[in-house]
Design a protein around this ligand. Sequence first.
Ligand SMILES: [Zn+2]
Length: 416
Amino acid sequence: MEKPMLCDCMKKRMSALCADDAVKAALKVCEDEAEFAMKEQIHISEIESPTFAEAVRAEEIARLMKAYGLTDVVIDPSGNVVGRRPGTGSGPVLAIAAHLDTVFPAGTDLKVRQEGNRYYGPGIGDNASGLRSMLQVLRALEKGGVETEGDILFVGTVGEEGNGDIRGAKALFDGSRRIDGFMALDMCDVYTVQNGATGAHRWRLSIEGEGGHSYLDYGRVPSAIHAMCRAGALIADLDLPENPKTTYTIGTIKGGTTVNTIAARCEVDVDMRSVDLPTLEALEAKVLAAFEEAVRLENAHWPLADEAHQLKLVKTQIGNRPAGMRPADCPAVQSVLGAMDALNLEVKKIKPSSTDANKPMSLNIPSVCIGTGGETCLEHSLKEYFVADRIWLGPQTALLAALAMVGRRGEKGALA
Ligand SMILES: [Zn+2]
């Protein structure tokens, strides 16, 4: 994969943007309101929002979007908050999204504690910081009086974490609305551009039969555990490509009841990942076929077993984060590179990740995920903390990139 380089046309587009008085004013708002924005980040972080229970935080984000000037704000059937900042009606539509949910269950103490410029609190960075940055972009556009050709959707998504399986992002791209580009605000580092989506397919595979006595039923009853061991042996030596990086593991295994029982049941959870969807799908097909084969081999090994004692495989997909890789000339990636160049931010890393952007990336829609400003440490732990270092750099990058994509009024955006 060639490393994306900033093209000259985007460089030109950015210098025109940065010379615009309204844009300059908007960029200044991001910096001037940093203290207010940090207070807002704390406020958001203290509203609990576990995956599958984001409604209270969603309502508050909807209220703030309206307070900051949006009139078209809805909570969609999945629970996403979607606020529209209209353009002229003839431009492209960009969605800027930050996820509403956290990995912390209901009842977790979310009170934020400050020590200097460090703020301690579960979820304070991931992703109260993203929501804060998104609202800063909105306020900056409004206060700067920036008019755009295309529409910008401001979106708080549900279900980004864990078993949420990016259900909010999937709902956003269910075909019910037009979206030509997508920018996720997740993770804080403003020197990293996430230009690809590591796909993850996850399965719970259960081998089920009748089981029996280890001595009395020997020869007549196949074992679910033995069948599982066969499956493990079949897939343990799979040769996977290093590029695109493709991985798999049996993450958990459980089954059996006692040492003197032929196991009736054995279950594993398998995780498979790749940035390349066909490679991921090929791996998935191989792994599932190996489990089928293992069950067949174990049943065949005990020809005396009657029909009732035969093992069968039960497959349940428990995760599907689609994969995709944006090309070097992707307008979303180029717009971010242009914004970073204009703000003198060094591009330290360009890499795939697993975020809400996975869904649009898998659909070949121009997409990118960028940092929100500041620094998050120990995310997904109760000790998570956020360092409020120049937090305006996140929204400034997002704002410039968004304007490059949708265009100022009368101008063709990069997404058009
Ligand atoms: Zn996150």
